[in-house]
Design a binder for this molecule. Structure first.
Ligand code: FAD
Length: 379
């Protein structure tokens, strides 16, 4: 295969792919719409399946300088504030899944990936270039871009579409560009760790489940700040309105945050393909997923690792092999993420039944239910 890669998009998926390819001696050009890479948003959980890959790329030390390895995840009832289950992470995550569970600010993760790719001579980064279309060519693939007001064509040996939820490259893989509105909105913010009500505890991941909404809190910036994500019905206009009737710590945490960023949530039903000809999709472009299992970025990282390996191994069928390796796993994630959010947002009797079941299930069983996600290895 195939020569220099064109990578559409410098998100977590695109940057990881460029780095993974470079480490295997394959050059790439990343084409990114943004004029500067400043990841907004807030935190991201990097579960062991993602950490294992980033560590293998040599980023573990840089990540540990800015990330936290949470001791545990505590699931609580948002209305009563009662803890339903605590699952140990920390050393237990490393023992069970062979890599750390980390939580980090997105801008820190992006800076680390960017610095690592800039340290590779084989990676070229073209910023401020909006991809208008993509297609196969006789010898590879090409994207038409708009840059500085002019249209231009960039060619490569093949193309990876890492251009996110509203991917343009999807059309060249003969997949619809449409996304599905979920009726949900995420509200995201960060706050100084000291302003977080004690009930949350800054060294863990807290997941509070309430009727029609859930709140996730975890440390970022090496524990100096707390990341809050509140997900609920998009017809409810403010974060405070989503937690009316919740226990005081949840209401206080929400009230302590002055600036929230609203984030409408979309996903897709699983597709039947992830590649066509000399073009493959990774990350949200391939499998837009609800964030209820906190795996979208992790799966983009997994996609990148598998695609880089298969391309480097050079089989005639690298893209088809990539699709075989990834399709069912990604489809399972998309479906499980939808199911999880329905469970998380139950109300009334159904929520009580969920809480009883959760409290009665041994932690070892719940951890075992995560093995398929966190224990994944690229081989
Ligand atoms: C509220 C919320 C919480 C989440 N929490 C987690 C979590 O804890 N853990 C986790 O693993 N995942 C999480 N996710 C999911 C995760 O954020 C995404 O799945 C991940 O960022 C996808 O990465 P990507 O590289 O595929 O796409 P993106 O990050 O969207 O990157 C795409 C890149 O392509 C560029 N681009 C797009 N179109 C064009 C174009 N036409 N031309 C040129 N460039 C283009 C964009 O500018 C962007 O830089 C969360 C998502 C949400 C909404």
């Amino acid at each position: 295969m195939p020569g220099r890669a064109l990578i559409a998009g410098a998100g977590i998926g695109g940057l990881t792919l460029a780095l993974a390819l470079a480490r295997r001696g394959i050059p790439s050009q990343i084409v990114e719409r943004a004029a500067a890479l400043e990841e907004t948003g807030a935190g991201v959980q990097l579960s062991p399946n993602a950490s294992r890959i980033l560590d293998a790329l040599g980023l573990g030390r840089a990540l540990d300088a800015v990330a936290t390895r949470p001791e545990a995840v505590t699931i609580a009832d948002g209305v009563s504030a009662r803890a339903l289950k605590t699952l140990q992470l920390g050393a237990e995550a490393e023992r069970r899944w062979g890599a750390p569970y980390r939580v980090v600010h997105r801008s820190d993760l992006q800076a680390i990936l960017l610095e690592a790719t800039r340290g590779e001579t084989g990676v070229e980064l073209t910023l401020g270039a909006e991809i208008l279309s993509a297609r196969e060519t006789t010898f590879g693939a090409a994207v038409e871009i708009a840059k500085d007001g002019a249209a231009e064509m960039i060619e490569g040996g093949w193309l990876a579409g890492a251009d996110g939820l509203r991917s343009v490259v999807r059309r060249a893989v003969k997949l619809p560009a449409t996304v599905q509105a979920t009726g949900l909105r995420a509200w995201r913010t960060v706050l100084p760790a000291g302003a977080l009500p004690e009930a949350f505890g800054i060294r863990r991941v807290s997941v509070w489940l309430g009727p029609g909404a859930h709140l996730v809190v975890y440390p970022v910036r090496a524990g100096r700040e707390a990341n809050l994500v509140l997900i609920g019905d998009d017809r409810i206009q403010t974060p405070a309105d989503l937690v009316v009737g919740w226990a005081a710590p949840a209401r206080d945490a929400v009230a302590a945050c002055s600036s929230w960023t609203p984030w409408p949530l979309y996903d897709r039903a699983p597709d039947a393909r992830m590649q066509h000809g000399r073009i493959a999709l990774i990350g949200d472009a391939a499998h837009a997923t609800l964030p209820s299992l906190a795996q979208g970025a992790a799966f983009a990282i997994e996609d990148a690792a598998t695609l880089a390996r298969l391309v480097a191994e050079g089989g005639p069928d690298a893209f088809a092999a990539y699709e075989r390796a990834r399709l069912m796993r990604c489809a399972k994630l998309q479906m499980r993420s939808r199911r999880q959010i329905r469970i998380d947002h139950l109300s009334g009797l159904a929520a009580r039944a969920r809480n009883l079941a959760l409290a009665a299930t041994p932690a070892s069983v719940l951890l075992g239910g995560l093995d398929w996600i966190y224990g994944w290895r690229d081989d």
